[in-house]
Design a protein around this ligand. Structure first.
Ligand SMILES: NC(=O)c1ccc[n+]([C@@H]2O[C@H](COP(=O)([O-])OP(=O)(O)OC[C@H]3O[C@@H](n4cnc5c(N)ncnc54)[C@H](OP(=O)(O)O)[C@@H]3O)[C@@H](O)[C@H]2O)c1
Length: 340
């Protein structure tokens, strides 16, 4: 016996990837339904070798369904996730709406799987921000060994992190650069994204940080350890899929770069590719479609007492969203619902 699974936002970047990953990982599904807005009613989406016809979220009854993987914006989540949860269907949500609610678990299964026990508070589980998810997978095993005091992270985030319209904007703007009269003005982003980088993701806060930077700080504390200090600069780059991060870590105890490399090699969810030669590191185009978080360029930072630098790359639609959500569904199944 398997699960009755709802995928909400099934026509979007994350929703489509959730369907792919549920099929790839042979999640025990008895019945599955794909939901999106009314305008997508009847749109076909793939689930393994099957095709699902999208239904309207607005009229869907969640009663009798085991779990709903939500990948719609916060506004639609606010309207529909409580309906699902109240109907007894456990919500696994990709938006930022519930991440900072102390009663709702925010889970990266390699890092804090035990938080799943809190799911029953509201029948809702939150999935972290894409840039946080891949970073905490790398931080946790190092923190367990040498206790992290402070993290300085700079991100290089792909446009797929802003939804399907952003992918079109990069594509059309890039093509338009070469065709006189077909230039495409910025619309999703505040400045040109083609052949450019933009040090601004999400809204500005009073502190001067952007909301994306604040999310990395708050979510790392909630998932790994509230004592870890984080400062972040989040940057959008003209890459379609795959987020990269330069991470500088200051530890309480000394951690040698070779030992750090060995710890990361055996840590769950991580693949270390770290050769000090041309191409001996991973770039975003190589991580697309993969489950792993890739770590490269592991080296001592000798400018501080116990410092380490590393380079972290992952498929933001996978570990940063859909894969993590499916891993949470697997955890929920294994630990709580116990079907399949
Ligand atoms: N992309 C990432 O790397 C990433 C990472 C972490 C979290 N997230 C979060 O995941 C969510 C989805 O992101 P995305 O990148 O997949 O966006 P997207 O490509 O723009 O897709 C949005 C999906 O939501 C549906 N939707 C929007 N409003 C709706 C409504 N009122 N009723 C029903 N369906 C509605 C859309 O359906 P239609 O096609 O019918 O409009 C579409 O299926 C967002 O909350 C985002 O912040 C994304």
């Amino acid at each position: 016996m398997g699960y009755k699974v709802v995928v909400v936002g099934a026509t979007g970047n994350v929703g489509r990837e959730m369907l792919n990953i549920l099929a790839e990982r042979e999640f025990p599904v008895d019945e599955i339904v794909a939901l999106a807005s009314r305008k997508s009613l009847g749109t076909e989406v793939s689930f393994g070798d099957k095709t699902l016809t999208t239904k309207d979220l607005d009229t869907f009854d969640f009663t009798g369904w085991d779990m709903a993987l939500f990948a719609v914006g916060s506004e639609a989540t606010k309207k529909y996730a409580p309906k699902a949860a109240e109907a007894g269907c456990v919500v696994i949500d990709n938006s930022s709406l519930y991440r900072y609610d102390p009663d709702i678990p925010l889970i990266v299964p390699e890092v804090n799987p035990d938080a799943i026990e809190m799911y029953s508070n509201k029948n809702i589980i939150a999935n972290p921000n894409c840039s946080t998810a891949q970073m905490v997978v790398a931080l946790k095993p190092l923190h367990d060994r040498a206790k992290i005091k402070r993290v300085v992270v700079s991100t290089y985030q792909s446009v797929s992190g802003s939804g399907k319209d952003a992918i079109d904007e990069l594509w059309n703007q890039t093509k338009g650069m070469y065709v006189p009269g077909q230039e495409v003005a910025p619309s999703v982003y505040p400045k040109q994204i083609a052949f450019n980088v933009i040090p601004h993701i999400d809204v500005f806060m009073d502190s001067g940080d952007t909301k994306e930077e604040w999310k990395m700080i708050a979510e790392t504390k909630k998932i790994v350890d509230p004592s870890i200090k984080v400062t972040a600069t989040c940057v959008r780059v003209p890459v379609f899929v795959g987020h990269s991060e330069s991470i500088n870590i200051e530890f309480e105890d000394f951690l040698d770069e070779d030992e750090a490399r060995e710890i990361l090699r055996t840590a769950p969810g991580i693949l270390v590719v770290d050769k000090r030669e041309d191409g001996g590191y991973v770039t975003p185009v190589e991580c697309v479609g993969d489950f792993a978080t890739f770590i490269s360029r592991i080296r001592q930072d000798v400018t501080i007492e116990n410092g380490l630098n590393l380079w972290c790359v992952s498929d933001n639609l996978r570990k940063g969203a859909a894969l993590n959500a499916v891993q949470i569904a697997e955890l929920l199944g294994r630990r709580v619902l116990k079907k399949g």
